[in-house]
Design a protein around this ligand. Structure first.
Ligand code: AGP
Length: 577
């Protein structure tokens, strides 16, 4: 899930590439690089680590009409300089940046390069070496022919040392968008990397492009394809580091998200949606929810809501949904949740469900994303850009939109719950978390437990803590304690108990006694006076408030450990492989 950029134009190419890469770091940030023409040769500049280091270490003083760049999240081959893109073919004529996965890399190497030693461990190198192997006069046609051999996903930008005037591109199952502004043409994985181009063109799967003075697009049969640029309607959201990190800023912005969702989806306290979504919500017999990571945890919350409406529902993790045969009811409502709208497992699943396209409702934060592009029923999270890898405000937005769907189906107006939540989040922000952070850091085992919906938010709390603190944590159902997990309880364990559900508080109290008698440390968050942090009871929104507390606890723990909270190791904001 890397970010790629290509530029053709009269601006300073290196500056354009650097600033586009900075905007795409959320797609991966373990290494990066650019390639430019210098004295009729293609020169490559790359480094391990962040784009800012690449910029500082490589001030470019010459001009190049074209250039390409890449920011990497290692999926094939370790993080190293030689595996960082751009990559050259054996004889160095061709240079490539690639986003995607070549699934049949071993087969291709064996068939076409038996006994040849490659320069990198990447799957991408085989593409550029195949292009060199099969190259004939027409590079775009060669790329088209080579792409027929590739199984998997790719967006590619290639330059030819003998052709300093053109970029060559291919796209299949990984995003690639062309932007035009004046004499400049940009091509990138992300609309944000197109330097506010007023005109954009989303390349379709199995299409090929030659970008120079003119732009030529070829379809899957290598026939010419008309190109229609659309106006770029993306709002330029200023992203400012006014707080000490994006993550804290985004946790704090949750109050604003509540207000924006209210403004967009409520009229006189009644939930309302656009007509096509209203129609979809009127005619279904079962609900299927699909998401990954934090978005999957939001799906689990929806199960609780639909349960209260006596509507059967089931959640699937995206990576499982894309490999299993999903058994749908006659009239399913399929809800796909994805803040980025770019998650590969979800795109794959949606493609597999093409017969059900009209029954899919997408909840996303990115209206220009690949998923939003594919689907007609889209509910926007209105969370504005989320930069930190750990999702916070988009979880809150997903949760609230699912709650709105619940209210809409139940035909129930909103009461005071959002206002109470708004103030409770303010309180959560003002608490001193030093004590719990010290307990977590001292512990060898960190467990989060709850019952029912509290278990589902424990899963999210545990994910948040592990992804930025790197401490192993586990969430479990407290009723399951005595069936195995109790064996882990001792003085080196901390158990964070989540207790928003007033109906299960007595059962939880029993579990807490059992844990304490095994000498484990206990810290309780919830709506009972025995809790270390007492949270106001907001009925179906109380579990959401507990997640906000866990976001803050995770944040302060990661800070105390000296970790990069915004860009944790080994992760990326958008999981496009
Ligand atoms: C959340 O903190 C994680 N970074 C991750 O689990 C994320 O929620 C998951 O990759 C799904 O992303 P999406 O919502 O953009 O589809």
């Amino acid at each position: 899930m890397c970010g790629i950029i290509g530029y053709h134009g009269l601006e300073k190419t290196s500056d354009i590439l650097y600033s586009s890469l900075l905007k795409m770091e959320y797609r991966g940030y373990d290494s990066c690089g650019i390639a430019l023409f210098k004295n009729n040769k293609v020169s490559i500049y790359k480094n391990i680590g962040r784009v800012s280091k690449l910029v500082t270490n490589n001030p470019i003083t010459f001009d190049s009409l074209i250039g390409i760049g890449h920011t990497r999240w290692a999926s094939c081959g370790e993080v190293s300089l030689r595996n960082a893109h751009p990559l050259k073919s054996f004889n160095k004529q061709f240079t490539l940046v690639h986003n995607g996965v070549v699934e049949n890399v071993e087969y291709l190497k064996e068939k076409y390069f038996h006994d040849v030693i490659f320069n990198t461990d990447t799957d991408s190198e085989v593409i550029i070496c195949l292009i060199e192997k099969f190259y004939h006069e027409d590079l775009l046609k060669t790329i088209f022919q080579v792409c027929k051999l590739i199984e998997g996903s790719y967006s590619l930008i290639i330059i030819d040392e003998n052709d300093p005037n053109n970029l060559y591109c291919a796209k299949n199952k990984a995003p690639l968008i062309i932007g035009k502004k004046g004499f400049s043409t940009y091509v990138a994985s992300d609309i944000q990397a197109l330097h506010d181009s007023p005109l954009i063109y989303h390349m379709e799967d199995l299409t090929f492009a030659k970008i120079g003075k003119d732009i030529i697009i070829k379809d899957q049969f290598f026939n010419d394809k008309d190109i229609f640029f659309m106006p770029n309607l993306i709002e330029n959201e200023p992203i400012k580091m006014k707080d000490e990190s994006y993550m804290l800023k985004e946790i704090y912005e949750q109050q604003e998200v509540i207000q924006r969702l209210k403004a967009k989806y409520l009229i006189h306290n009644e939930v309302t949606f656009q007509d096509n979504i209203k129609n979809l919500l009127q005619d279904f017999d079962e609900v299927f929810l699909i998401g990954c990571g934090t978005s999957y945890h939001a799906c689990l919350i929806a199960e609780e809501f639909f349960n209260k409406l006596n509507i059967p529902s089931r959640s699937y993790v995206g990576s499982e949904a894309s490999i299993n045969n999903l058994l749908f009811s006659k009239k399913p409502l399929i809800i796909v949740i994805s803040q980025s709208g770019e998650t590969h497992d979800l795109i794959k699943t949606v493609d597999l469900l093409s017969n059900y396209k009209n029954r899919i409702l997408l909840i996303t934060n990115e209206k220009h994303s690949s998923l939003a592009f594919k689907l007609d029923h889209v509910l926007l999270m209105e969370a504005q850009k989320e930069v930190a890898v750990a999702s916070t405000k988009t979880y809150l937005a997903s949760y609230l939109l699912l709650y709105f769907i619940y209210l809409y189906i139940k035909k129930e107006p909103l009461k005071q719950e959002l206002d109470i939540l708004y103030h409770a989040i303010g309180n959560a922000q003002s608490i001193d978390y030093t004590h719990i952070v010290e307990m977590i850091i001292k512990a060898k085992k960190i467990m989060l437990m709850g019952r029912g919906i509290d278990y589902k938010v424990a899963l999210e709390g545990s994910l948040k803590l592990k992804e930025i603190s790197y401490l192993p944590t586990e969430a479990y159902l407290s009723g399951e304690l005595k069936h195995g997990t109790m064996a882990l309880m001792d003085e080196e364990t901390i158990v964070i108990g989540l207790m928003s559900n007033v109906n299960t508080i007595n059962l939880m109290k029993g579990n807490i006694e059992e844990i304490k008698s095994r000498k484990a440390n206990v810290y309780l968050l919830g709506c009972d006076k025995i809790c270390d942090v007492f949270c106001v009871d907001i009925s179906m929104l109380s579990p959401l408030l507990l997640v906000v507390y866990m976001q803050l606890i995770s944040y302060y723990t990661a800070k105390a450990l000296g970790n990069n909270v915004d860009f944790p190791r080994n992760l990326a904001k958008s999981v496009t492989v």
